[in-house]
Design a protein around this ligand. Sequence first.
Ligand SMILES: NC(=O)c1ccc[n+]([C@@H]2O[C@H](COP(=O)([O-])OP(=O)(O)OC[C@H]3O[C@@H](n4cnc5c(N)ncnc54)[C@H](OP(=O)(O)O)[C@@H]3O)[C@@H](O)[C@H]2O)c1
Length: 289
Amino acid sequence: MSELDKDAAKVPMIELADGNRIPQVGLGVLRIDDEGVTPVVESALAAGYRHIDGAAGYNNEGGVGRALEAGGWTTGERRRDLWVTTKLRDSEQGYDSTLKAFDRQIGLLRLDYVDMYMIHWPTPFDWRSDVSWKAMRKLRNEGRIRTLGVCNFLPEHLERLHDETGDWPAINQLEIHPTWQQRETVAFCKAHGIAVEAYSPMARGKDLAAGDGTIERIAAAHGVSPAQAILRWHVENGTIIIPKSAHAARQRENIDLFGFALTPEEHAAIDALDGDGRMGHDPMTFSYA
Ligand SMILES: NC(=O)c1ccc[n+]([C@@H]2O[C@H](COP(=O)([O-])OP(=O)(O)OC[C@H]3O[C@@H](n4cnc5c(N)ncnc54)[C@H](OP(=O)(O)O)[C@@H]3O)[C@@H](O)[C@H]2O)c1
């Protein structure tokens, strides 16, 4: 095993209800342009990341695909060791439009299959998740998607999807960080075997200073960074995380979470930071287009 593969092996795999296994830590690539994302994905793969979280809406799938192809990650054993997620644009929801969007996206990514395809927002005011899901199911049956997921679904959206398709998604990707923990939705997911994946796991950086220095004090006690203290809290909660950094040193930091543990008191102190710290959008009203 190479040094790199040893690093990757430290990241636990989370088993999903569909039997697939996802690396608990991945790299988010939101707000990085198509040209800039190629070296960012390359440095993450070099740091031991084996999970990339993208979306059509990030307008950089081509740049992700170039990094994967250049590193030999699109075929063979390397491909099998990698988890690639991408997401359907809200404006492309619908049966035929999902199939068409997927063809374009997989071409940009230079892959034969993606590990996970997700509905990006529920858009309950223009609900098409039922037909989009049926198209995604067809793609899974054809072997072009391994796992089907959703993002930003509240319990009522999960129930509606289940009523209309008979399925629960394997994963729900939600905004979760110390000051916005969404406990009710997380509990609903756990009760229905839906794995929880945290986006903006550090509140885009804002929670690094949460609780009047609580995070900083916990980090200092372990000789780690505030980012590592927050990400370790997520890991201990069993949550899948996709921190974004465009910088190689921070990418290494954000995956180096398995050499320390929070005390029960420290873990509880971060639990107690829950509040109204939402950084992103309200799934009841938002569309990413
Ligand atoms: N499904 C959805 O609707 C949805 C919505 C939002 C996000 N996401 C996904 O979740 C991913 C992560 O969320 P996010 O990008 O919103 O927020 P995040 O990961 O909580 O925070 C990223 C920010 O923190 C900084 N940062 C990263 N590591 C750091 C470290 N070790 N120390 C200090 N600062 C650090 C980054 O700056 P640098 O890059 O300059 O290091 C960036 O400004 C996204 O990239 C995307 O893949 C999904």
